[in-house]
Design a protein around this ligand. Sequence first.
Ligand SMILES: N[C@@H](CCC(=O)N[C@@H](CS)C(=O)NCC(=O)O)C(=O)O
Length: 223
Amino acid sequence: MFTLHHLIESRSQRIVWLLEMIGTEYEIKAYPRDPQTNLAPENYKKLHPLGSAPLLSHKDITLAESGAICEYIVQQTNTSELLCADDPEAHIQVQFWSHFSEGSFLPPLVSSLVLNKAREKAKPFFVKFIANKLIDAIMDAYFNKVIARNMAYVEAHLAGKEYFVGNSPTVADVQMSFGLDSMHKKGRLSAFPNTSAYVARINALPSYQTAMKKMAEAEAQVK
Ligand SMILES: N[C@@H](CCC(=O)N[C@@H](CS)C(=O)NCC(=O)O)C(=O)O
C-alpha cells in the first residue's frame, strides 16, 4: 500500500488525485505546517533528508519530488496510459507539462506567495510602506512577467482541449492541477476563460472530488 505524507496546503494534494484516479490502495498521513515558519514540521523532516512535500512511502522506500513520485506510482500500478507511454508524441507532451509545472510554472507562483506573506509581516507602518514598494518593484521586474508569459501559454494550449494531453486525464493534468487550482481559488484566472473552464472540468471529476474529500478528512484529524 502507498502512504502519502501530505503537508497541509501543499502540492502533495495532486498525488492524492493520481492515487484516486488509479483506484489503488493508499493512505494519507497529513502534517500541519510549523506555525512559526510555515514550513514542514520537525516530524515531517525526519521522513526524508529533503523534508519536502510530497513524500511517498511504499515497500522500503520513501521518495521525494512530485514528478518522480508520479512516475513511480504509474510504474508500480501498471498504468502507463497515464504517461501515454505507447504514443511517443503524446508521451513527450506529458513529460513536457510535468517538467514545465515544477521547473517553470510553480516557482514564480511560490515566490509571489512568499513575497506576499512578507508584506503581511512587515511592521510598523513605514516599514510596511517600504516593503510594499520594494515587493511591487520585484514582482513587476520579473515574477509578474514570467507568470503572465506562462499563463498566456497555458491559456493558448487549452483552447479547444479537454485535458493537457489527449482526451482523458494524465500525469500532465495531475502535475498542472495544483498551481492552476490555487490560482483559481485566489481569483487569478478571470482573464483566462479556457483555463477557468479546464479547472472547473477537473474539479467536477469524481476522482478529483473524492481525492479532495479524503484529503480534507485526513487534514481534519490533525488540525
Ligand atoms: N519540486 C518539489 C517541490 C517540493 C516543495 O517545495 N514542496 C513544498 C510544499 S508545496 C514544501 O515542501 N514546503 C515546505 C518546506 O519546504 O519545508 C516537488 O515537486 O516535490
